[in-house]
Ligand binder design. Structure first.
Ligand code: CP3
Length: 340
């Protein structure tokens, strides 16, 4: 996985699935019956166990820590609950609320970081431990609304009506995202993924002005000897050039992005991750294998390729679909790599 991030030769493309922890597994649902989501995140032993569940069954090359991008907001005076969608009781509404967005995220991230330490101890070199954080634009979208609307109306309108407020909010959240990642680096994370789930709402010029600028700041705030960074944005086929220019080693592509075109445009500058449509895992094992082989074939044209979905694994997907996806990836051939 680390070699693929850096564009070095590999025997086969590594594989993991975004949102693989828990979700489709009965052993996850059994734990979930006894504890709330926040309780599970707040207990390092449970978080470690849930993170390992998919690895034990399928042997992915990356193990993502069970946590949530919104946890750090709790240290910033944001009253958060999950139902299961996130609900913010006291949204950030204007400049007067900005002073809340400051200070340490150590308390809310302590359990996640302990889980990373336990995962490192358990996994050794068998799989990369993936830490993650929300991008400033996506965190801002959730922080500004009680329950996020499909068109992220509040943040998007504020970016026109109060652009200075939004820029200041993003500046502060860039520090929050960087601190969240730094803590996970210190705990031993091998790879970091930044989720900008809502960046695809922006046109390219507006992405550069808001979400992209903040993402670049996050990456620049991290130390030079940091682990590889993967940036994911949903619905961002129109932003591939911008995403490749942020300083991240890997760009994670949504399923609507033409993979071959992305290889052509940015595949020599950065490694690529993706991008099977999440619902495709409901197809037959033969269909899934064919799709994975096709992705792996196209991915050989990039400097590196990590097989993954184009967005998170859906809870309704049959376990057999996940098994077929990982197995097909494990049987796919390698590439020589062009980076370094
Ligand atoms: O593999 C994993 O699941 C690892 C942990 C993980 C969670 N959230 C656990 C979770 C990761 C990587 C995330 C990222 C996340 N969280 C994102 C970015 C990725 C994406 O899906 O776009 C976003 C936008 C969030 C915010 C969030 N948290 C939402 C929108 C929801 C509700 C619906 C959903 O997606 O499940 C959550 C709750 C949440 N985060 C749950 C889990 C397991 C469900 C909680 C429950 O069922 O009670």
């Amino acid at each position: 996985m680390l070699r693929a991030c850096l564009g070095e030769p590999v025997d086969r493309p590594p594989v993991w699935l975004m949102r693989q922890a828990g979700r489709v597994l009965p052993e996850y649902r059994a734990i979930k019956e006894r504890s709330s989501f926040l309780e599970m995140c707040g207990d390092p032993e449970i978080a470690t166990d849930v993170s390992l569940q998919p690895f034990r069954r399928f042997g992915m090359d990356g193990v993502v820590v069970f946590s949530d991008i919104l946890l750090p907001l709790q240290d910033l005076g944001v009253k958060l609950s999950f139902n299961p969608s996130p609900v913010v009781a006291n949204p950030i509404e204007g400049t007067g609320d900005l002073d809340r967005i400051e200070g340490s995220v150590e308390k809310s991230m302590a359990s996640t970081c302990q889980a990373i330490r336990l995962l490192k101890r358990e996994l050794g070199d068998r799989a990369a431990v993936i830490g993650f954080a929300g991008a400033p634009w996506t965190l801002a979208a959730y922080a500004c609304e009680r329950s996020l609307s499909r068109d992220i109306a509040v943040l998007s309108q504020a970016s026109y009506a109060q652009p200075r407020f939004v820029q200041e909010l993003l500046d502060r959240l860039a520090k929050v995202t960087a601190d969240t990642l730094q803590m996970q680096i210190d705990a031993g994370a091998d790879v970091l993924q930044i989720f900008d789930t809502w960046a695809g709402m922006l046109s390219a010029p507006r992405f550069k002005e808001f979400a992209g600028r903040a993402l670049r700041d996050v990456i620049q705030l991290l130390p030079a000897d940091r682990p590889p960074v993967i940036v994911f944005a949903r619905g961002a086929a129109h932003l591939v050039d911008e995403l490749a220019d942020l300083g991240a080693e890997v760009v994670s592509l949504d399923w609507r992005t033409d993979f071959a075109q992305a290889v052509e445009r940015i595949g020599q500058r950065v490694s690529l991750q993706g991008n099977l449509e999440p619902t495709a895992l409901a197809g037959s094992a033969e269909q899934i294998t064919r799709s994975v082989n096709e992705l792996a074939r196209i991915g050989r044209g990039a400097r590196g390729h990590i097989l993954n979905l184009g967005h998170g694994l859906l809870p309704s997907i049959p376990i057999e679909g996940v098994a077929a996806f990982v197995k097909a990836a494990q049987n796919a051939g390698g590439y020589s790599g062009t980076g370094h």
